[in-house]
Write a protein that binds this ligand. Structure first.
Ligand SMILES: Nc1nc2c(ncn2[C@@H]2O[C@H](COP(=O)(O)OP(=O)(O)OP(=O)(O)O)[C@@H](O)[C@H]2O)c(=O)[nH]1
Ligand SMILES: [Mg+2]
Length: 396
């Protein structure tokens, strides 16, 4: 049985940002670290010399309570016993970090949550928060945007603090909260379902958008049964394309199961894109699809196979009136029309690149301070809120 941990005899703090990364660093301090070290660290090549001396870097196996290995880690010793100040350098899997923090808590150490990370020196909270969130940026444009926000937001906050007209200053604080959703635009991929009748080229399109062969393509209808998730990027934003099974009435139970799954994927997707065959072939299949699914609300309608040069006017005339018009003529096979599609998709979901150039808050803490500042009743309270938002270190 595990020995119950006594009252808190030290603390720990995850110094690196949330999310998967190559390395994660946890700082653990206080006498309680000894209990954790005895129970969960098996040092490699332990000699007779004083192992926990300051300045040493040790290699160890991190183990759970039953002795099972969790990770192969490095430990840097910043203060030796009885004070104890260790940095545990783990592999940056969120699961490993989560498990290690559990073991530290079970060893009687208290977790400190500080917005200002102490892994490296930062000028203020804005910079510290941006650095802590950088690992969550999934595209290069996202990383650039977040780094750019450090200076942009800092400068905007300082100029609002110096703004003599109170109403103008309050309006400015409110403006800074407007762009707050941008952080999640870069951190969480948009899930876009490609839906349509069978054989129209949905899988070919998913592959073209990902610039690699991820989904199976074949001349026969009903090729895609399960939906396939294809990671990609549109205009610097992360996207997961959901290639789905073609929607139609069929008697094949396997196909029917695929279609039921497609309906679920459509409900959960952030956006729907309808793909139809614009070559003028298989008109009946397209018409049946429009009859059965005319009630959905796509952000874009694509007429594929336009490289075949067929007449799409009949099909265009039958498209439901509420759908975005005109549809975009594309060829997934020849890769044309895709830029126009991406442009329309971004505007359809309201991702305006120009709004990203303005400074904005990118953490809940910043947004909360700015909202409170915008509602402040006097200039002194207003400035105090902005100063908390910026949180520059006290002069030495
Ligand atoms: N000419 C031409 N052929 C295309 C184009 N896109 C797809 N095709 C062909 O159309 C056929 C069906 O393509 P898929 O991508 O498998 O179609 P799908 O919509 O995924 O089909 P299901 O999975 O059965 O619903 C294949 O033979 C493709 O090579 C295109 O832009 N032009
Ligand atoms: Mg397919």
């Amino acid at each position: 049985m595990r020995e119950p941990a006594g009252p808190s005899s030290g603390d720990f703090q995850v110094l690196t940002g949330a999310g998967p990364a190559a390395i994660a660093v946890i700082r653990a301090r206080g006498v309680g670290v000894e209990r954790f070290a005895r129970a969960h660290l098996r040092l490699a090549g332990k000699g007779k010399t004083q192992v926990w001396s300051r300045g040493r870097v040790l290699r160890a196996e991190l183990r759970d309570g039953e002795g099972a290995a969790i990770d192969d880690i490095l430990i840097s010793v910043h203060a030796e016993q009885p004070l104890w100040d260790l940095r545990l350098h783990l592999h940056g899997s969120p699961w490993i970090v989560g498990r290690c923090t559990e073991l530290l808590r079970e060893s009687g150490l208290t977790q400190r949550h500080e917005e200002r990370t102490t892994l490296w020196k930062t000028a203020d909270s804005i910079e510290a928060e941006a650095h802590a969130r950088l690992p969550r940026m999934t595209t290069m444009q996202g990383a650039r945007w977040l780094c750019g926000q450090i200076d942009a937001l800092r400068v905007a906050l300082r100029s609002l603090m110096a703004e003599p007209v109170f109403e103008k200053a309050r309006a400015g604080a409110c403006d800074l909260t407007r762009g707050a959703p941008a952080f999640s635009w870069y951190a969480r991929p948009l899930r876009v379902a490609l839906v349509g009748p069978p054989n129209v080229g949905k899988s070919t399109l998913a592959n073209a958008l990902a610039a690699e062969m991820v989904s199976l393509v074949a001349a026969r209808p009903g090729t895609t049964r399960d939906w396939v998730e294809v990671p990609g990027e549109v205009g610097g934003f992360p996207v997961v394309w959901l290639d789905t099974a073609g929607l139609h009435d069929g008697n094949d139970p396997l196909e029917a199961a695929g279609i039921a799954q497609t309906r679920r994927v459509m409900e959960e997707a952030d956006a729907l894109v309808v793909v139809l065959d614009g070559s003028g072939e298989s008109q009946e299949v397209q018409t049946t699809f429009l009859r059965d699914y005319g009630g959905i609300a796509p952000v874009c309608v694509l007429l594929n196979k336009s490289d075949l040069g067929g007449n799409a006017s009949l099909l265009i005339g039958r498209l439901p009136a509420p759908w975005p018009s005109p549809p975009i003529m594309i060829s997934a096979a020849k890769r044309f029309g895709l830029e126009e599609f991406e442009r329309q998709l971004l505007s359809g979901i309201g991702r305006d690149k120009h709004s990203l150039e303005a400074p904005c808050s990118f953490t809940a803490r910043q947004t909360e301070h700015l909202r409170a500042a915008a509602e402040a009743t006097d200039l002194e309270r207003f400035r105090a809120r902005l100063s908390h938002c910026l949180q520059e270190p006290e002069p030495d």
